[in-house]
Design a protein around this ligand. Structure first.
Ligand code: NAD
Length: 362
């Protein structure tokens, strides 16, 4: 069966890091006999410059028609404050997520053994860390209505947003978390603030009922978001899958990301029920180093690995890529952002070469 990957490299370091993931993808196509069609499109500032839009309808249609969308990064000073607000490059990514109905954001916080000393925590707390965040991405306070900034009768101004979740929005993302847990250590920690928020009360009720009816084999516990923040820096290895909403997931997954070292290492996936998955590094377009060829491509290569696992039905290939990255790190090959004493410093291309060389050995 033909599979398809749609690549949106974007801006800044996007094209540089995507080029290395593309080499890995080409290697897989050339060596496995899998038929995977690969096409490219424009997004973000790159699309704005050509079309006056950060994401055109035609590009979104191409993304919807693919099995997986591999995304680099968008934005940069060239466009900051120079476009209408709804045409800024970052809007391209928001529109893409919305257009793909990508409601479940998966971010793993994995600590490669060779990187344990780069963490702000002691090695024993972090070595072997493997958390998967499943964050609701299409609802909650970032999208809830009413929202706005109003002027009251007494002349004072009020800014407000609405945290709002329907039961079906909670259930569909909880289902993803339980399914993921079954492929891992079979444990889900559901995180909200049911102690002070009604949306949290409903969240807890829906997740509890779904576990009882459909996933009795998966262990479920509940944790308040503030406690979860503390536990992440105290005993992060206690977690397997963390299920949470859009706002708490944004904060908690960033905190967990930094436990593992560099931004340049961390992949993510955004999944809808049956449509294509969107795969992207968690970092931005890094304008400070763009064009220098020194960006770390690992997060993008690992995003491609997630695409093999979740959208292309090639779990073994995902593992091979992840193992190749782990070995490269163990061998002391480093880009500048993760450089350490006694290691060998390489540029973006050099990291791609090292990962490909490891893949060829296995
Ligand atoms: P950033 O993630 O781009 O950069 C933060 C710091 O991390 C910089 O010093 C950068 O050099 C470094 N860094 C990031 N990725 C790296 C990599 N792969 N290798 C080595 N170093 C890396 O965040 P920022 O500086 O806040 O934002 C820059 C631009 O990116 C802005 O326009 C912002 O809107 C955009 N942005 C885009 C996305 C996205 O495309 N998903 C996400 C966040 C920010």
């Amino acid at each position: 069966m033909t599979k398809s990957v749609f690549i949106l490299a974007g801006d800044g370091i996007g094209p540089e890091i995507i080029a290395e993931a593309r080499r890995v993808l080409d290697y897989v196509i050339a060596t496995t006999g899998e038929v995977i069609t690969v096409t490219d499109g424009l997004v973000g500032g790159a699309s704005y410059d050509v079309h006056g839009e950060p994401l055109t309808d035609a590009t979104l249609d191409q993304a919807i028609a693919a099995n997986a969308v591999l995304f680099g990064a968008i934005g940069g000073p060239k466009w900051d404050g120079k476009t209408d607000y709804d045409k800024r490059p970052e809007q391209g990514l928001l529109n893409l997520r919305q257009g793909l109905n990508a409601f479940a954001n998966l971010r793993s916080a994995v600590c490669f053994p060779a990187m344990a000393d780069a963490s702000s925590l002691k090695r024993e707390f972090i070595e072997g860390l493997d958390i998967l965040f499943v964050r609701e991405l299409m609802g909650g306070v970032y999208f809830g209505q009413p929202r706005g900034i109003d002027t009251l009768a007494d002349g004072s101004r009020v800014g407000y947003n609405t945290q709002r979740y329907t039961d079906w929005e909670i259930e569909r993302v909880a289902r993803v978390a339980f399914e993921m847990a079954r492929k891992r250590d079979n444990r889900v920690t559901s995180v909200e603030k049911a102690n002070v928020m009604e949306s949290g009360v409903l969240w807890r009720e829906v997740v509890t009922a779904l576990q009882a009816s459909d996933y009795p084999d998966v262990a479920l516990d509940h944790m308040y978001a503030d406690n979860c923040a503390m536990q992440l820096v105290k005993q992060p290895k206690q977690f397997d899958v963390i299920l949470t909403d859009n706002l708490f997931g944004d904060l908690l997954s960033d905190a967990a990301a930094m436990l593992t070292g560099s931004l340049g290492m961390l992949p993510s996936a955004s999944l809808s029920g049956d449509g294509p998955g969107l795969y992207e590094p968690i970092h931005g377009s890094a304008p400070d180093i763009a064009g220098k060829g020194i960006a770390n491509p690992i997060a993008t290569v690992l995003s491609l690995a997630m695409a093999f696992r979740y959208s292309l039905g090639m779990k073994d290939m995902a593992e091979r890529i992840e193992n190749a990255v782990s070995t490269v790190l163990k061998n002391g090959i480093r880009t500048g952002d993760i450089m350490d004493e006694g290691c060998t410093k390489v540029n973006t291309r050099g990291m791609g070469d090292a990962i490909l060389a490891e893949l060829e050995k296995n």
